[in-house]
Design a protein around this ligand. Structure first.
Ligand SMILES: CC(C)(COP(=O)(O)OP(=O)(O)OC[C@H]1O[C@@H](n2cnc3c(N)ncnc32)[C@H](O)[C@@H]1OP(=O)(O)O)[C@@H](O)C(=O)NCCC(=O)NCCS
Length: 266
C-alpha cells in the first residue's frame, strides 16, 4: 500500500517545517542546489548521461571501438588508433555535458540564489528586529521558502529543501516556481509536497493567475511532483546539445480556473 505524506512524515526521524528564507541559510541553500543538480539520486546529470550512452552517436562510437579491437591483432597501428579515437570522442561527449550542467548550476548560483533576500524582495520582520537574529518576510507576491529538518532525538537542524516564487511580469501576475530542490537525505518524505502546497497557497493569496515553471525531460521525479499538484505540460522545446537532443519541459498550474471552480462549488 502507498503511504501518505503525513504517514511518511510521522515515521521520519526528523520533524519538518516550512519557513521563509533567512540570510544565514545562504550557504546551505547553495549546497542543496549543487547537490541536487549533481549528486542527488534524482539529479538531472544521471539521466542525461544515460540518454547520451544510448544515443546513436555513442552507439556508432561503441561500434567503432569494437572494430578497433578486432583489427588490432592484424593491424597493430590502425586498430588501436581507431579504438583510441572512438573512446576519446565518446568520453568527450560525456565530459562536455557534465561541464554544461556545471556551468548552468554556477550561473543559477550567481543569479537569484546569489542574493535571495534582494531578488525575492524579502524584508525584515518587525517582530524580530533587535532580537539578535532577523526573520524575513515577503513584501509582495515573490517569496522564497526553505524546509527546516529538526532531528527528533538530537535536536540538530538542517535544511531539507527550498523553492521560490518569482514574479517577472507583474502586469500578467503570473508566478514562476524556481529552485525546487530537496536534499538527498530527505527524499520521498513529502518535503517537496510541503513547499509546493505553501507556494500554491501563497500564490492564491496574492491572486496570481498561474504558476509556470520549466524543467527538463531528465527530471522525471520533478515532472511527477508537478503533475500531482495539477501542473499541465504546455510545450516541450528541443535543444541540441553536443550531438543529442534534450527537451526542456514547460508546465503551468492555472490558479484562476481553480478560483473559478472553487467559487462555483460554494
Ligand atoms: C523532485 C524533488 C524536488 C521531489 O522531492 P521529494 O521531497 O522527494 O518529493 P515528495 O516526497 O514531496 O513527493 C511528492 C510527489 O512527487 C512525486 N515524486 C517525488 N519523487 C518521485 C520519484 N522519485 N519518482 C516519481 N515520482 C516522484 C510523487 O508524485 C510524489 O507523490 P507520492 O509520494 O504521493 O507518490 C526531488 O526529487 C529533487 O530535488 N530532485 C532533483 C532536483 C530537481 O529536479 N528539481 C526540480 C527542478 S525543476
Amino acid at each position: 500500500m502507498h503511504s501518505s505524506n503525513s504517514e511518511k512524515l510521522q515515521h521520519s526521524e526528523f520533524e519538518y517545517h516550512v519557513r521563509i528564507y533567512r540570510d544565514e541559510d545562504r550557504q546551505q541553500v547553495h549546497e542543496l542546489f549543487e547537490n541536487a543538480m549533481f549528486w542527488q539520486p534524482h539529479s538531472p546529470v544521471r539521466p542525461f548521461l544515460k540518454i547520451i550512452a544510448k544515443s546513436s552517436i555513442q552507439k556508432a562510437l561503441y561500434f567503432a571501438s569494437a572494430i578497433g579491437i578486432l583489427l588490432w591483432p592484424s593491424y597493430p597501428r590502425l586498430g588501436p588508433a581507431i579504438l583510441l579515437t572512438a573512446v576519446a570522442i565518446s568520453l568527450s561527449q560525456f565530459i562536455l555535458i557534465v561541464q554544461l550542467i556545471l556551468k548552468m548550476t554556477k550561473k543559477n548560483l550567481s543569479d537569484d540564489l546569489a542574493d535571495v533576500r534582494g531578488h525575492y524582495e524579502l524584508i525584515p520582520s518587525p517582530e524580530t528586529l533587535g532580537h539578535g537574529h532577523e526573520d524575513l518576510l515577503p513584501s509582495g507576491p515573490k517569496a522564497f521558502w526553505v524546509v527546516e529538518a529538526t532531528h527528533k532525538v538530537t535536536g540538530r537542524t538542517e535544511l531539507a529543501g527550498c523553492c521560490g516564487i518569482d514574479v517577472r511580469n507583474e502586469a500578467k501576475m503570473d508566478g514562476e516556481l524556481r529552485r525546487m530542490v530537496v536534499s538527498g537525505r530527505h527524499l520521498r518524505r513529502g518535503v517537496a509536497a510541503m513547499i509546493v502546497r505553501t507556494a500554491i497557497a501563497y500564490a492564491k493569496s496574492h491572486k496570481l493567475s498561474s504558476i509556470y515553471l520549466s524543467t527538463s525531460m531528465a527530471q522525471e521525479a520533478a515532472i511527477q511532483l508537478y503533475k500531482k499538484f495539477g501542473w499541465v505540460e504546455e510545450k516541450r522545446r528541443d535543444i541540441a546539445v553536443f550531438g543529442f537532443t534534450a527537451q526542456i519541459v514547460h508546465m503551468r498550474l492555472h490558479l484562476a480556473e481553480k478560483f473559478r471552480s472553487e467559487l462555483e462549488s460554494l
